[in-house]
Design a protein around this ligand. Structure first.
Ligand code: URA
Length: 250
């Protein structure tokens, strides 16, 4: 439950631009708790006040949660002077949306987008080991020795100063000089998966995140498409049910 200016409440609910909704308010088309309100700066409470615009009840939840299948070629940022951002794929008038964590520009897959800063902080905190699983294609054949090295933890930084925590590596297939793998990590260091493979002499040539905590990338969601999280998924994220092997709503 939060307080909003009436014009911001209506604009964020998608009823129009700030200028358009101000015009509606001044014409007396907006009724709060049964009373026409003509002041755009009037405060309304999203939890307790009933806002009606031209006869339709307008609901605004404080937080929005989207699961985007990030396409390659866009950046995990709110603004960028050159490249499209992940937010450009989300059709929402909500201010304050941001991606939870980062995928590289050439990485595809599951990215959570929200305006819930507390949840993002919780999920990104190093104290909470959120599993992130990636599907990758490597140039160079991944071996059982690599699986063991990933399980041990690897040195991935200059002069062995940076280490990656143990990771679960599964070889799905090998064809010619390439391997097709899944890898689950709990950290989110810069270029982490690419650098882990580099450390064992392989190059990642395709990378897609397929899960994040309890969230799975649905097959039906093509790159650039997104959907709203279900209430169950939001609860799973918030209550610490972040076991990737646990039940996940479809
Ligand atoms: N690891 C990487 O190397 N890149 C990503 O985008 C995510 C994890």
């Amino acid at each position: 439950m939060s307080q909003y200016r009436l014009d911001k409440y209506l604009a964020e609910a998608g009823l129009g631009t700030r200028t358009q909704v101000k015009a509606c308010i001044r014409k007396g088309e907006v009724i709060v708790n049964g009373v026409p309100i003509r002041r755009p700066e009037q405060k309304v409470d999203s939890g307790t006040d009933e806002v009606v615009c031209r006869g339709e009840v307008v609901c605004l939840s404080d937080f929005e949660y989207y699961l985007l299948n990030k396409p390659a070629g866009c950046v995990s940022a709110v603004t960028d002077p050159v490249s499209p951002t992940v937010l450009s794929y989300i059709d929402s008038r909500r201010t304050g949306l941001f991606p939870v964590g980062r995928l590289d520009k050439d990485t595809e897959g599951l990215l959570l987008i929200t305006n819930d800063g507390a949840l993002a902080h919780h999920l990104l905190s190093p104290k909470h080991h959120v599993d992130k699983t990636y599907y990758a294609i490597t140039e160079g054949i991944v071996t059982e020795a690599d699986v063991a090295a990933f399980a041990e933890g690897l040195h991935i930084g200059a002069e062995d100063l940076m280490t990656a925590m143990p990771a679960r590596l599964t070889i799905l297939n090998t064809e010619g000089s390439r391997s097709y793998i899944n890898v689950t990590i709990q950290e989110g260091k810069f270029h982490q998966v690419k650098r882990m493979f580099q450390a064992v002499g392989k190059e990642v040539i395709y990378l897609k995140r397929i899960s994040f905590g309890p969230l799975r990338l649905p097959d039906s969601l093509k790159p650039g498409q997104y959907r709203v999280l279900t209430d169950e998924e939001i609860t799973l994220l918030k209550t610490g049910r972040i076991d990737p092997d646990g039940p996940v709503p479809e």
